[in-house]
Design a protein around this ligand. Structure first.
Ligand code: B12
Ligand code: SF4
Length: 516
């Protein structure tokens, strides 16, 4: 049977990183079946396009995975595929919580023939075999022989064949620039950000988060060896195509078990499996100097920190009191001293927020080493404790917000500001953090560091702008580059000067060797 795994586009950002679930399920597919992958963020497709594709390619089963924010698109695509006569199975966090919605049992239309609840590592092979036999069931749940929920162990994690998978759609380097960039240094002909997981689960239970409910509070890890082998494979692939690979460790809290994280990082260093990587780690775990030391030595470049708010009352409200705003600056300094920078994520529209929250937050941010601040709005995702609390209090203004998804729009009213005031705060945060002046300042603030770090900050800031400001089209990119031309030009000039200096130093050395 030919199987298509499809991830709908989010309609906002580009294909900067593929989704791991597709590669994982592909690797877990029983032999004898062929699996095709389409990520809508890399290969945009509409309903007619996907219906045509499944018929032309003789697809026998389509698997669709989606977060809540893409579910409306996922349903539209599923409807078109089913209308073409091909069965659809859906999985992922949204349909796990809203299975009845996907199966048309909640009063609306049916979108899926089957739904895979929770982690599908062990149910996927069964789904494929049932579909091949024409005996697809409606619900597949990860339960043991006694009907108890069973979380897959990651000890026998399947090797993902990154060396052979077609990753063409995920190359961030524009085709036109590839031949030139391939010749640069170790080669920049391709640049891909690859998701890798080393473990699952987070016990912290923040009120707005689906992770503790979905993956459970039992934390599971892959073996160090399997993670190291995956990194070595990725590194070898990048080298063989004269390109670059960076890894996004998608674990929700990469250092949740500090002892184990340190042992993994030591093994990465020992095997020389370092690639540049990003990981998500909560601020409280970054107090550990030795951990930060190992992060830097093992290739860590960016740490995503869910800071959420600088107001302890807000943090307490959302059950994230373990975040201590008073220590944010020290944590970021500790990282920056080792040339590791942070993606600092904030949520506005919390119950103790008042107008001006963005400026107050920015005042703090300006005292920190440069990083990548990102701003969002408190969003009640289905089945989270936050959703239940707001629903019980009658505060949801759009209880089914995912059916009419609007980026950066609230679905409930905060207590101390209006919805439009909260929207304005988010806009202010983005506009002030990613203006050409702010970008220039961020780059200048590390003038004492080698050029590579400044180029890194500049490129990362230009890309992150695109999370909020439309940057999908070529024109938008040209505009962003034109607005930041001064900073770009000064770094380009410095790069040329450094190159010329290096060349003349090496020819001097050569002529003195010849004279001798
Ligand atoms: C990596 C990641 C991202 C990446 C992007 C995704 C990517 N390219 O990988 C980035 C950092 C950009 C991101 C951004 C956001 N993310 Co995010 N992200 C994650 C994260 C940490 C890992 C995803 C992952 O790969 N997991 C590992 C895989 C193996 O698990 P999985 O995807 O769930 O797949 C398993 C099952 O669900 C199932 N499955 C999944 N799909 C399918 C399909 C089929 C057919 C079947 C059978 C089974 C199946 O099988 C898989 C194996 O068991 C998750 C949290 C988490 N731990 O999952 C949050 C998570 C998915 N993100 C979330 C959110 C809310 C967001 C944002 C909206 C945050 C924000 N406020 O801006 C943005 C939106 C991004 C966008 N523009 O679309 C929520 C989604 C909740 C929900 N109900 O939708 C999660 C769960 C985290 C949370 N806090 O609750 N995210
Ligand atoms: S620490 Fe992060 S992953 Fe864990 S529950 Fe809180 S928000 Fe979710």
């Amino acid at each position: 049977m030919r199987i298509l795994l499809y991830n709908p586009d989010n309609g906002v950002t580009r294909n900067f990183m593929p989704h791991l679930w597709m590669f994982l399920l592909q690797s877990l597919t029983p032999s004898g079946h062929e699996v095709l992958l389409i990520d809508g963020n890399a290969q945009p497709m509409d309903e007619a396009g996907i219906a045509r594709f499944v018929l032309e390619q003789k697809i026998g089963l389509v698997g669709i995975g989606a977060m809540t924010r893409m579910i409306a698109k996922a349903y539209r695509m599923a409807d078109a595929i089913r209308a073409a006569g091909v069965p659809v199975v859906m999985g992922g966090p949204h349909v796990t919580e809203m299975a009845d919605e996907a199966l048309g049992r909640a009063g609306g239309p049916r979108h899926a023939d089957a739904v895979a609840l929770g982690e599908a590592d062990e149910t996927w092979p069964r789904i494929v075999e049932d579909a091949a036999r024409g005996t697809l069931k409606e619900i597949y749940a990860p339960v043991d022989a006694f009907g108890q929920e069973h979380k897959p162990s990651l000890q026998s994690y399947p090797p993902i064949p990154w060396d052979t998978i077609d990753l063409e759609q995920f190359n961030i380097v524009p085709k036109i620039a590839t031949p030139l960039l391939r010749k640069l240094g170790a080669g920049w002909g391709t640049f891909r950000i690859i998701p890798v997981e080393s473990g699952r689960g987070c016990p912290y239970g923040c009120e707005f988060c689906t992770v503790t409910g979905f993956f459970g509070d039992s934390i599971r890890f892959r073996t160090n060896e399997s993670v190291v082998n995956e990194l070595l494979l990725l590194k070898a692939r990048a080298r063989s195509e004269r390109g670059q690979i960076a890894v996004f460790f998608i674990d929700d809290n990469f250092a949740i078990n500090v002892k184990r994280t340190k042992s993994l990082l030591r093994d990465i260093i020992a095997a020389e499996a370092q690639v540049h990587w990003v990981a998500q780690i909560s601020a409280n775990l970054l107090r550990d100097e030795e951990l930060v030391e190992l992060i830097a030595a093992a290739g860590g470049k960016w740490i995503f920190i869910g800071m959420e708010s600088i107001d302890p009352a807000n943090l307490k409200d959302v059950n994230k009191g373990f975040n201590k705003p008073g220590e944010y600056a020290a944590v970021l300094e500790r990282l920056a001293q080792r040339n590791v920078f942070a993606i600092t994520s904030f949520i506005f529209g919390m119950d103790n927020d008042t107008p001006g929250v963005a400026e107050r937050t920015l005042q703090e941010i300006r005292t920190w080493p440069p990083g990548l601040p990102i701003f969002g709005l408190l969003t009640p995702l289905p089945a989270t404790p936050l959703y239940k609390r707001l629903e019980a209090a009658g505060r949801l203004t759009r209880p089914k917000h995912w059916q009419e998804f609007i980026p950066f729009a609230m679905a409930h009213t905060p207590l101390k500001m209006t919805i439009s005031e909260a929207h304005a705060e988010v806009k202010y945060g983005w506009a002030r953090s990613y203006s050409p002046e702010a970008i220039a300042k961020a780059v200048a603030s590390i003038a004492h560091k080698p050029l590579g770090y400044r180029i890194n900050i500049l490129i990362a800031r230009l890309c992150f702008r695109g999370i909020y400001f439309p940057q999908l089209g070529r024109f938008a990119w040209i505009r962003a580059i034109a607005q930041n031309r001064r900073t770009i030009l000064s770094l380009v000039k410095e790069a040329f000067r450094a190159r010329r200096a290096a060349r003349s130093a090496s020819s001097l050395q050569l002529s003195s060797t010849v004279q001798r």
